[in-house]
Write a protein that binds this ligand. Structure first.
Ligand code: PLP
Length: 410
């Protein structure tokens, strides 16, 4: 017999409170509605392919250029399509504001210049995408910015020891590329703030579907939008943080150096972001299955995925929603074996990207992290036999079959 449902009646005062409390949209909804929707004009994010915008009166032009009034000036500085992307990203990260850039690298360069030029000092994890490692080790010092790469970035005491009077920022990538290290953003932010230093987090591999570093105490989030956000279609980057920081960046280094994103790419990104959460869930599910398979394989020395190994419980606490679609493994037999596997994979594309529908493979030591010396790679946990996989959204059994047949060739 069906049970009678008890109807709980709300008192008038309760009803009023519910009606008055503003409803907060869930993150899943913000991937589609984040940043506001122009209900009366564009159902989809509109493309404003224009170089410049009418300034209006003499006085308004003066105010716009001085940053005293908000408005569109020139696409190198701002643009309505780019603004839509920025507002959506800010909504997803829980940030006051965002600045979209031409690439992840330009976003990181801008932040370095803004915070540390000239004569400043950066303390950074050494577990970084190779391009960022090279920027920090080679090029920022040429501009008068010193960088200390912490060689065991899990040890907070080493971060504290690295601080100098001119330290301007702490920098981490979590999870990191390619070793998928997961860092405790809260603990690092606490330490940074004790010394009045801002913490910048590269959250490219997590995306806001899996982690919101600003809610954990980080001061700034930086993204390469060229990965999951754009589903492999476009290059882009973003900086997220307080309104003042974003305004300052936009009006100084960004305006003067010109690394803007095109309105076309901004619109493409808005479309792809609408499916981000669903795609990330699929990447997480597939990667977990592939990692489990590889962890049991006799020819594999080590699997790099946060759910595997002694840190798995801690990692789950730090990233309870999942770890995304990037993983790596070290094969027995070093570079030779890695080469054989890479050349025998049939379904995986050999390509230098992360976060696409199709699965991708690369050998970090000779490509993405080839600018590091052998010693630097060893200290950053990148052995010669490491292969990085960006797990896509194919059926996981097909991916596992492909890996097993390639592994059988060594
Ligand atoms: N951050 C991470 C974690 C990356 O993996 C990359 C590129 O692979 C970048 C930043 C740089 O981004 P972009 O290629 O968009 O310049």
């Amino acid at each position: 017999m069906a049970r009678k449902r008890k109807i709980v009646k709300m008192k008038p005062a309760q009803k009023k409170a519910v009606a008055e409390k503003p409803w907060k949209l869930k993150l899943k909804t913000l991937e589609i509605h984040g940043g506001g929707s122009e209900k009366d004009t564009d159902l989809r994010p509109g493309l404003y392919r224009a170089t410049a915008f009418p300034l209006g009166s003499f006085e308004r032009a003066k105010k716009l250029f001085a940053g005293e009034e908000r408005g569109f000036i020139y696409t190198r500085i701002n643009n309505p399509s780019v603004d839509k992307l920025e507002r959506r990203l800010a909504a997803l990260e829980g940030a006051e504001a965002a600045l979209a850039t031409s690439s992840g690298m330009s976003a990181i360069t801008l932040l370095s210049l803004h915070f540390a030029a000239p004569g400043g000092h950066i303390v950074s994890s050494n577990r970084l995408y190779g391009g960022v490692f090279h920027l920090f080790r080679e090029n920022l010092p040429k501009l008068g910015i010193a960088v200390k790469l912490v060689e065991n970035p899990f040890d907070l005491k080493l971060w504290e020891k690295a601080i100098r009077p001119n330290t301007k920022l702490f920098y981490i990538e979590t999870p990191s590329n390619p070793a998928i290290d997961v860092f405790d953003v809260e603990a690092l932010a606490r330490l940074a703030h004790l010394h009045n230093i801002p913490l910048i987090v590269d959250s490219t591999l997590a995306t806001p579907a899996l982690l919101q570093p600003l809610n954990l105490g980080a001061d700034v989030v930086v993204h390469s939008l060229s990965k999951y956000m754009g589903d492999g279609e476009v290059i882009g980057g973003a900086i997220l943080g307080g309104q003042k920081l974003i305004d300052d960046l936009r009006l100084v280094w960004f305006r003067d150096t010109g690394p803007c994103i095109s309105p076309d790419n901004a619109v493409v990104l808005c479309y792809h972001i609408e499916s981000l959460f669903g795609r990330m869930a699929e990447h997480c599910r597939n990667t977990l299955l592939v990692a489990k398979y590889l962890a049991r394989h006799p020819k594999i020395k080590k699997v790099y995925y946060p759910s595997v190994g002694i840190k798995s419980r801690l990692n789950k606490k730090l990233m309870p929603k999942g770890f995304g679609g990037l993983m790596a493994f070290e094969v027995k037999g070093g570079t030779r074996s890695a080469k054989t596997i890479l050349e025998n994979l049939k379904l995986f594309w050999h390509a230098p990207n992360i976060g696409e529908a199709r699965s991708l493979v690369i050998h970090p030591a000779t490509t993405t992290h080839g600018q590091l010396t052998q010693k630097e790679r060893a200290r950053a946990g990148i052995p010669d036999g490491m292969i990085r996989l960006s797990i896509g959204r194919e059926h996981p059994q097909d991916l596992i079959y492909d890996l097993s047949q390639a592994l059988s060739k060594i």
